[in-house]
Design a binder for this molecule. Structure first.
Ligand code: ATP
Ligand code: MG
Length: 417
């Protein structure tokens, strides 16, 4: 009987090992499918605008097909486990019968003992059945656990250095990029040996066509990634030797697309940090010349945003992001300007806000508009990830042989838009 139980449990164990990866694959396909659905629902407006409904549906069907196939495989494999238990049970029952008859015929057992052998095997059936059921639940749980474990196992690519971290200095930060090379994917280099320095309080304007690596460069300055070669220093400190939290605190980045959260304008500005007082908010808005804009909103600072609330235009969202950046009082401001065109009024407001924000800070601006470029002390032009021109703006603008000069001549906004 012990041998029979052992064999049955062994068989169950084998089957479980077959089923676990199937369930894991099913969960994986499920999360891809639901991720896709969520993304497309939030992007429904754009999808319709671009007429991409058919394409989106095709992708959806493909994902659903994968999910269905995997769910079916997983179900079949664990169904097999169910059938196999019955088989093992039937074989055991027959075996018990044979042994009982044999022992009785040999006279080694009474009729009662022979009967008891088969009876005991029957009694084993129920516990085995529930063990099998528990095993199946366990299979699913094990698959889920494995996925959680995988997720928890993800390490951030940038991490604090072991041991002592060097704090970033206060005030406007000096920026130094030295021979920085970077790629997202192996053998698809995005930046090649980029070098430049910005003295504290000065502004560097980065120009370049779309895809030349401008946003990527700003991500390295904010330490969203580490370069594979070369170094980025802020205030003389290598970013890899300081804490990520310090970089986030001392550097503000305003990107091309601003993320708004459900909540009031106030909450969106202060990032749900209740410690930021109304006075502080008012001061910030005043410094950026935005008080007029906020007063014009239906309910001022308490105007609810998104999900049924007030909708901000792209320009207004950018203003809000500038306010956010200002509240952090950073030593370096990175502004990745959206190339979208704004009406002259919004543009003037944006310009004032950017001026207020850059005052007394080091700045890196990815510029698409002439007005933004005019603010830069130095100009760096990127082409396919290489620096093709770098120098003081005034000197470049006066040199008819420079690319910058030619860009200005041919209409910067047309070329870079
Ligand atoms: P734009 O003017 O359109 O904003 P950009 O100069 O900011 O362009 P980047 O966004 O830095 O260009 O992109 C540079 C290159 O890196 C492009 O070829 C792009 O496809 C690639 N790239 C950008 N982000 C990623 C990413 N997260 N993963 C992989 N490749 C990326
Ligand atoms: Mg960009």
């Amino acid at each position: 009987l012990v041998a029979y139980t052992a064999v049955t449990l062994w068989v169950l164990g084998r089957i479980q090992r077959l089923a676990v990866p199937r369930w894991a694959a099913e969960r994986q396909a499920g999360s891809e499918l639901y991720g896709f659905i969520e993304e497309r629902i939030s992007g429904a407006e754009e999808i319709r605008a671009a007429g991409a409904e058919a394409h989106t549906l095709r992708r959806l069907y493909a994902l659903m097909r994968v999910f269905t196939t995997r769910a079916r495989t997983a179900a079949v494999v664990s169904g097999l486990a169910y059938q196999l238990t019955h088989l093992v049970y039937a074989v055991g029952y027959a075996g018990g019968l044979v042994v009982g008859i044999y022992l009785f015929q040999q006279g080694a057992a009474s009729l009662g003992s022979a009967y008891l052998i088969t009876y005991y095997i029957t009694m084993l059936a129920d516990p085995l059945q529930s063990i099998r059921e528990q095993a199946e639940d366990f299979q699913k749980a094990a698959a889920a656990l494995q996925r959680i474990d995988d997720l928890l196992g993800w390490q951030p690519q940038v991490a604090d250095p072991p041991g002592l971290v060097q704090p970033l200095p206060g005030g406007a930060l000096e920026v130094a990029c030295e021979q920085v090379s970077f790629h997202y994917e192996e053998d698809q280099p995005v930046l090649h040996a980029v070098s430049f320095t910005i003295r504290p309080g000065r502004v560097l304007g980065i120009l370049g066509r779309t895809g030349s690596g401008k946003s990527t460069l700003t991500r390295l300055l904010f330490r969203l990634y580490d370069p594979q070669r070369g170094s980025v220093r802020l205030g003389g400190v290598d970013l890899r030797e300081t804490s990520v939290a310090d970089v986030r605190r001392r550097v503000s980045m305003v990107t091309q697309d601003v993320q708004l959260f459900q909540g009031s304008v106030r909450e969106n500005l202060a990032f749900f940090n209740p410690e930021i007082s109304s006075t502080r908010l008012q001061e910030a808005l005043h410094a950026l010349h935005l008080d007029g804009w906020v007063d014009a909103l239906p309910r001022g600072l308490d105007t609810p945003l998104e999900s049924g609330g007030h909708r901000l235009s792209a320009g207004e969202a950018q203003l809000l992001a500038l306010g956010r950046a200002f509240l952090k009082d950073p030593g370096l401001l990175i502004l990745d300007e959206a190339s979208a065109r704004l009406d002259p009024f919004s543009e003037a407001r944006l310009e004032e806000a950017i001026d207020g924000l850059l005052a007394g800070r080091t700045g890196v601006v990815v510029a698409h508009r002439l007005k933004t470029v005019a603010r830069a002390d130095d100009i760096l032009i990127l082409e396919a990830g290489r620096v093709v021109e770098y120098g003081p703006r005034a000197a470049l603008a006066a040199d008819p042989d420079s690319r910058f000069y030619r860009l200005l001549q041919s209409g910067l906004e047309e070329v870079l838009a």
